[in-house]
Design a protein around this ligand. Sequence first.
Ligand code: SF4
Length: 463
Amino acid sequence: MVILTGYIMGESYGLLGPQLAATIIQEHSPYDCIVAAVTREDDKKLLKQYLADFFGREKPLIAFSYLGGREDLYRFAKELKDEGALTILAGPQSDLDYLGEDAWQDHPHRFQGLSEFFSVACHGPAEQILPFLKVSSGKNRQYSAGMLWRNKKGAFFQKSRSPWNPVFLKKVLWNNLYRVGENDFCPHKITTAQVLWHIGCPYAASITPWEIDYPSFLATGGKKTVKIPLRGCSFCDVGADKGFFGALNSETLLHQIRGLPEKEDGRKIPFELINENALSGLYPLLQSIISKKIPISQINLTLRADWFIRSEARLRKVLKIAKDMEIRILLASVGFESFDSTILANLHKGVDTVVNLKAIRLMREMKHEFPEQWGYSKSEGAVHGFIHPTPWDTYETEMNNRKIILLYGLSLDILPEYSVPLIIHHGSALGNWVREIETRETIQFKREGTIIGWWQAGDRFVL
Ligand code: SF4
């Protein structure tokens, strides 16, 4: 079996989700399974040839994951399906992407789903697919938990998901990632990896009723809002897809860390801890890593600004022990998203501009106190979130952002070269917001695959 994923040319990062799924299939099913990372530049004819060589006389069984809205890969999946392969749409949002946008049958401009492109869809956890793989063809095939399919008459069927089982989350084979080489798939050496601590995000643990402003380009006269229920930030795929399923125990975590690849000096490659609130438990984790004698080199963190500033005392303890261990802690990403409180409220970030600026002050202070152990800046590899344009931009919000970026010198160390436009996935809470506005105002926003498009080209901030 091959799990085909989107990838970026020249990169060397590991892909936890697909590589973990391939590990589970390799170790618990009759199939050999690799992950093929495919960039936009890769030659699809070559890729097809390598897939044919890989499967030989066997019926091709190809899952697609982490597609990032890439239409070239959807079309490639359809081509393979039409030629007889069994194609599986997998990964986050795979069920919603297979089903299509809410009520698309009554609204032809909406995203009509990917059921024409893939034989079936399968949402995680990955081990759910194991019963299906026991018999992968013929009348005896049993659809298993988390699977979604469409019959010949066009009706959809879906089996409900199983809960996550930590037993399957202990081990990842990090040597199963391949690229499209000159003559065959070639092993791809990774230099960073991820370790799963939290499944989903605690900020998305519960559903909150919220009011989101109309886009400023539609707001005339008094303030108009749309009431929608949210899980976490209004734009977030993780929040909408997983909510929060809890934390893995330290034994599972240490098992994952022990299994990471090593660098030439014998230490583990840098890894991202997937936990938006990692500082609350990082000190005890580092103590366990010392007692188990696991030689690590660098931990990358992705944190919320509010939870980061709340953990200042813990951070000092962490950096002191990091000094003894001769390792680095890189704050690789904080989702600041904006420095205007109106926009932050519409994104339901749960923080305002003051909190974001306090976080930046602390990030910079720590660099003075722990120059060798602490990293946070773009020159050290961090990519902090800044979303622009947004549908709520006005003259005032633009002025607020520009003033703060200039006053606090954010272009020097914090903000990336380009901002990222607000991406609205049709399955996110903002997808419901768009559909409500379309209904009220009898307008239509453009669909671009799984994304609802609204911005104009050239609207990004150049920082
Ligand atoms: S954007 Fe980050 S903080 Fe917000 S819900 Fe998603 S994962 Fe959680």
